[in-house]
Design a protein around this ligand. Structure first.
Ligand code: AR6
Length: 169
């Protein structure tokens, strides 16, 4: 398995699946969720309406519709409440459940945004540590996509991820 970090608008990537940092309604919102729904077109929200929402930490699959990505895995990250309300475990669940869907479907490439670190307020460095550790650990225990990409929207997030991916532990 290859782990990479890039700086990009996730809606421009032609891959098997991108992950959406959604809310529990799955009916769209701001941030990366808004960008994905805008780029995918109204057929995405129509498909999402059939899914019955999504609990924090869970993940659900849809098509990519007008996106260059073939699928979207919608997951709901935790709202940051100081770190003692199970946020790291719930964030790790988002990564694990998304990876499991991708593995079950045989997706070769899966791209994650920095889940929970925008509107939901999770500190960027702490969230990146959870993301990288969870993906690495899961790779030892379960079937995985060939390539997992962390898609950063800004240079600060990218430098956090590049440092973490460089570190071997
Ligand atoms: N491509 C890649 N990353 C992006 C893009 C993009 N086009 N746009 C934003 N980001 P956020 P959350 C980054 O707020 O914190 C929505 O309203 C952004 O810079 O999108 O999980 C949902 O409906 C940040 O690093 O998601 C929920 O209600 C990261 O994506 C709520 O926001 C996540 O920021 C979810 O909040």
């Amino acid at each position: 398995m290859e782990l990479r970090a890039i700086r990009a608008d996730i809606t421009t990537l032609a891959v098997d699946a991108i992950v959406n940092a959604a809310n529990s309604s799955l009916l769209g919102g701001g941030g990366v969720d808004g960008a994905i729904h805008r780029a995918a077109g109204p057929a995405l929200v129509a498909e999402c309406r059939l899914l019955g929402g999504c609990k924090t930490g869970q993940a659900k699959l849809t098509g990519g519709h007008k996106l260059p990505a073939r699928h979207v895995i919608h997951t709901v990250g935790p709202v940051w409440r100081g770190g003692d309300c199970g946020e790291p475990e719930l964030l790790a669940e988002c990564y694990r459940n998304s990876l499991d869907i991708a593995a079950r479907r045989g997706f070769a490439t899966l791209v994650f945004p920095c889940i929970s670190t925008g509107i939901f307020g999770y500190p960027a460095a702490a969230a990146a540590r959870v993301a990288v550790d969870t993906v690495r650990r899961h790779a030892l225990a379960a079937q995985m996509p060939e390539t997992v990409v962390f898609c950063c929207f800004g240079d600060e997030d990218l430098s956090i991820y590049l440092k973490l991916l460089d570190r071997v532990d």
